[in-house]
Structures are given as structure tokens and as C-alpha cells.
Design a protein around this ligand. Structure first.
Ligand SMILES: [Mg+2]
Length: 325
């Protein structure tokens, strides 16, 4: 039995904040596949269909991470695997990917996760599932140093996403979340937004994920490097919907390949640029299409750690299906 840290309650509260940011993004993002929300939000960022918005696998697995941290004070991989499997077994219809179905079914029926993961994903999965669920971990360890955040993120990813890209996606996303919390008081400053990439790159191992984030950092803040993309000439604060996000998607991806490489760089770019504005961050993410629920889960989890719960639109929190922890 692990000894829980003295500030366990404060850590768990931060994890719950990240979980709210993640799950609201997930649930709202998912409505774009079922309703006219995607079109409606292009017109008016305040226009959404009314709830309840069911959450998907992103939130279900994030709940598994949250519960493991609340119970153990850190990632116990055996415990986490059982949490993932229990939530899957109870609600397998939450939109899990094909590989996740097979893996979680096997773990749920008693197969050791190490064996099951290697059998389902030889060499490890690099799907974006390792990043989509990690925000509560970022919250829990947000006041630890980044090396600890990265270590715990690797452990959380390793259960199902042991490929180097899967690990890198979780590490990058978790460090971004911790950075958001540490710098929340200056979240509107351009230097703070730029600094997110520095912190993430300092801790993300060499990988395509890392290369994508390097590109995103250049793209966002050094326009001379990409003269054909002038997106940041626009003032997002006053004219948030006047530009096409398509050039960004073209260069960074939008999760349509469901991989960390194709998902995390774009999500970090949106989260950095809108670190002080949860609604705009989510709406911009929705506009980029692709793996919308997962993209919004990643962006929402990071940005909520900067804005606090007050930054999440109250009606969105109400419209999200209630979380049962
Ligand atoms: Mg999902």
C-alpha cells in the first residue's frame, strides 16, 4: 500500500479539475459527430445542442487514471490496467478503438496486461489514447517537477501504449498540463504561451511527436519560418473565427490518423495559443475536425488547468453527462 502524500487532497482536486476540462471537451466534441453542432459552432461559438452530452472512451479511461491516483497517489500499472478494464467491461459502448476493445477484453478476463498489450499491439500502440486520458495525471503532479510528471505519464501510457510515440504523446501532453497549472497566473501572456513548447520539448523524448511539436512551436511564434502561413497575424482575441485553421491542420495533423504523432502537436498548438480561454480553445479545436472528441479532450484538459473551473463555460459543465467516480 502506497503512502499517500500530505497534500493528496489538493492533488486530487487538481486532477478533478483536469478531468472536468477533459470530459467537457470530449463530450462536446463527440456531439459534433451526431448532431449539427459542428456547423452551428462555426457560426456562433455559443451555439451548441443541449445536453446531456455523453462522454466517450477518452473520459472513461481518464476516470481510470483519476481513480488510480486517488487510491494510490501514483501510477500503479497493475491497478491502472484493472481500472481501465473494469470501466470497459461495464460500458464497452463508449467508443473505444478496435485494438482497445481486444486489449481491454483480454485484461478484463484475467490476462496480464503486459502479455495482452504485446499480443494486440506488437511493439506497442502509438494511438492517441495515451494522450487523450492523461490530464488528471498532469493535475495530480502539477506541482511536482516535470521529470516526475514525465515519469508518471510514461507509466500510465505503458499499460496500453508502449510504442515510443505512444509514450512521447502522453509525456508531452502531461507536461503541457502541468505547465498550464504552474503558469496559470500569467496564462494570458504571450511569453507564457510560447514557454509551453519549451517545457514540453525539454521533457519529450526524440520521436515524431517531438518533431511535430518542434514544428508547432516554430509555426506559432516565428512566422518568418512559414511565410505562407500567416495565421497569427490575426488577433484571435477579437476576431477568433475569421481565419481558416486548415493550414495548421495541413502541417500538424488533426488526429484523423488516430495516432499521437498526428494529434498531439496540433492539440498543443491550440492549447498554447488559447491557454487563457477555454471556450475559444475548444471551438478552434472543433473547427479543425479530425478526431474531434479526443482533440477536445486533450486541449480541454490542458487549458482547464490554466483557467480553473471558472474558465469552463457553466452551461457546458451542466450539459456534460454527469461523471460517476
Ligand atoms: Mg473518444
Amino acid at each position: 500500500m502506497n503512502t499517500l502524500p500530505n497534500d493528496h487532497a489538493a492533488r486530487t482536486a487538481r486532477a478533478a479539475l483536469a478531468l472536468d476540462g477533459l470530459s467537457v471537451g470530449d463530450a462536446l466534441g463527440e456531439t459534433c459527430f451526431r448532431t449539427h453542432n459542428w456547423e452551428a459552432i462555426q457560426e456562433d461559438p455559443h451555439a451548441t445542442t443541449r445536453g446531456p452530452w455523453p462522454f466517450t472512451d477518452d473520459t472513461a479511461m481518464a476516470l481510470g487514471i483519476y481513480e488510480t491516483l486517488a487510491e494510490c497517489g501514483g501510477i500503479d500499472q497493475d491497478r491502472l490496467a484493472l481500472r481501465f478494464a473494469a470501466r470497459y467491461t461495464a460500458q464497452p459502448w463508449r467508443g473505444y478503438g478496435a485494438g482497445a476493445h481486444r486489449l481491454l477484453e483480454q485484461i478484463g478476463s484475467g490476462t496480464d496486461w503486459r502479455y495482452a498489450a504485446e499480443r494486440v499491439f506488437p511493439g506497442g500502440s502509438y494511438g492517441n489514447g495515451s494522450a487523450m486520458r492523461v490530464a488528471p495525471l498532469a493535475g495530480y503532479f502539477a506541482e511536482s517537477d516535470y521529470a516526475e510528471v514525465a515519469h508518471q505519464a510514461r507509466l500510465s501510457a505503458g499499460v496500453t501504449h508502449a510504442h515510443p510515440e505512444g509514450l512521447a504523446g502522453a509525456v508531452a501532453t502531461a507536461v503541457a498540463g502541468a505547465y498550464a497549472w504552474k503558469n496559470r497566473d500569467a496564462r494570458g501572456d504571450t511569453a507564457t504561451k510560447r514557454g509551453l513548447f519549451d517545457a514540453v520539448l525539454a521533457h519529450t523524448p526524440p520521436s515524431d511527436v517531438r518533431r511535430g511539436i518542434e514544428r508547432a512551436a516554430t509555426f506559432s511564434f516565428d512566422l518568418s519560418a512559414e511565410p505562407h502561413v500567416r495565421l497569427l497575424d490575426y488577433n484571435f482575441a477579437t476576431r477568433p473565427f475569421d481565419v481558416s485553421i486548415e493550414p495548421v491542420v495541413r502541417l500538424l495533423g488533426n488526429g484523423s490518423r488516430i495516432s499521437c504523432q498526428d494529434t498531439v502537436p496540433f492539440c498543443l498548438w491550440v492549447a498554447a495559443l488559447h491557454l487563457d480561454d477555454y471556450r475559444t480553445a475548444i471551438v478552434q479545436t472543433i473547427r479543425a475536425a479530425g478526431d474531434i472528441d479526443t482533440n477536445c479532450a486533450i486541449v480541454g484538459g490542458i487549458v482547464a488547468l490554466a483557467t480553473g473551473r471558472a474558465g469552463i463555460p457553466a452551461d457546458w459543465l451542466t450539459d456534460r453527462e454527469e461523471l460517476v467516480v
